[in-house]
Write a protein that binds this ligand. Structure first.
Ligand SMILES: *Cc1c(COP(=O)(O)O)cnc(C)c1O
Length: 393
């Protein structure tokens, strides 16, 4: 019997999924750096345009980006995937494709900064109404729905305090209200959380993070059923052109080959470093979804199979947080996540800088908060670096 790739383990999907060799039989995925394609005849050209599938222009589709899309779709358990030039291109497309003037969207307050900007500053220009709720508070979600609610955007775990929202519960509320749900699954990664199985309609990624995994390229993806992607996003993507470069798609394809190994190792280290931080006398509080003291730990264990590579902790003041960052010798100060290099940042003055102090307080981003994205360095080295830095707090 022929192997069904859908039955493969994640590790196999990540290496073999979507592979589409050219006639040369190359082992590694080829990079098709081409804008357009040629046809045997005018009639063949006509037939391909009529079919609306196949490769006619790389803004629409490209063989290398398609391999990336097919591999990620297989891993996610989604019917289809469309790649984009960045995570924000994916989120902007995912949100705007579901909405028109007069519609309403509900989202958690603790959103990635640019997502919050799209909802707070951009969507209203197009006559879209927005309600932001406390992600973990299901009553607030329930009360937010209106007859014109067409979409919800859930980010869980959310940046930077790893706040967790009950995805199955919010998706069920959305479905009952006739709205589609979008989940930003970046922090959980496609390995540790499967939003489509929890009832989500659309999943979005910044592949810039763990999927590349080595801090090289920007990339994004939108996944869902063929019907939802075709009805809401196909033409929008074609004509607005947030297309992923085939070269960047190839970097992500190669990144995926080691995704499971990397993310499991990073997540194991992150849990241990969160325990280390939580036990340190200078730390008021540490946040990591798989720690029993996480505010939404019960929901996290229900919907996630691993905690991910990001943790946060609070050392009480901006001065203390900066002293910690400045004392690090191995871990870099950087605002990225999901890199094989461990990176620490002070959210209040970087990723959450454009929010007002009140908005930051609402989502718990205090002046003493530090976010740490754990990479692949040796755990003893990272532990020593973090302990020494925390001593200076
Ligand atoms: C990084 C990130 C994004 C944006 O992705 P880019 O690739 O930088 O555009 C969106 N959501 C989350 C949770 C992220 O971490």
């Amino acid at each position: 019997m022929a192997e069904d790739p859908n039955d493969w383990e994640d590790a196999t999907k990540l290496i073999r999924g979507g592979l589409n060799r050219s006639g040369f039989g190359e082992t590694s995925e080829p990079i098709y750096l081409t804008q357009s394609f040629t046809y045997e005849s005018a009639a063949a050209c006509d037939a391909l345009f009529e079919a609306g599938t196949g490769f006619v222009y790389s803004r629409y589709a490209n063989p290398t980006t398609k391999m990336f899309e097919d591999r990620l779709a297989l891993l996610e358990g989604a019917e289809t995937c469309r790649s984009t030039a960045s995570g924000m291109a994916a989120i902007h497309t995912a949100v705007s494709g579901l909405l028109k003037a007069g519609d309403h969207i509900v989202a958690g307050k603790a959103l990635f900064g640019s997502s919050r900007w799209i909802l707070g500053n951009w969507a209203p220009r197009y006559g879209v109404e927005v309600t932001l709720v406390d992600g973990p508070d299901l009553k607030q979600w329930e009360n937010a729905f209106r007859p014109n609610t067409k979409a919800v955007l859930i980010e869980s775990p959310a940046n930077p305090l790893t706040e967790v929202t009950d995805i199955a519960a919010v998706c069920a509320l959305a479905r009952a209200a006739g709205a589609l749900s979008i989940v930003d699954n970046v922090f959980a990664t496609p390995l540790f959380q499967k939003p489509l199985r929890l009832g989500a309609d659309v999943v979005v990624y910044s592949a810039t993070k763990h999927i590349d995994g080595s801090g090289r390229v920007l990339a994004g993806a939108i996944l869902g059923s063929q019907a939802i992607i075709d009805a809401n996003y196909r033409d929008l993507l074609r004509h607005t052109g947030p297309s992923l470069s085939p070269f960047n798609a190839w970097v992500c394809l190669k990144g995926m080959e080691t995704l499971e190994l990397r993310v499991r190792a990073e997540s194991d280290s992150a849990h241990k470093l969160a325990d280390l931080a939580a036990a340190h006398p200078k730390v008021k509080r540490a946040f990591y979804p798989m720690r029993a003291d996480h505010p939404q730990h019960a929901v996290a264990v229900k919907q996630m199979t691993g905690g991910g590579s990001v943790l946060a902790f609070d050392v009480g003041s901006r001065e203390a947080a900066w002293r910690v960052l400045d004392a690090l010798q191995i871990i870099d100060i950087s605002n990225n996540i999901g890199d094989s290099k461990s990176l620490a940042v002070h959210p209040a003055t970087t990723t959450h800088r454009s929010m007002t102090a009140d908005q930051r307080a609402e989502v718990g981003v205090t002046e003493g908060c530090v976010r740490l994205s754990v990479g692949l360095e040796g755990l003893a080295d990272l532990s020593r670096d973090l302990s020494r830095a925390l001593d200076r707090a």
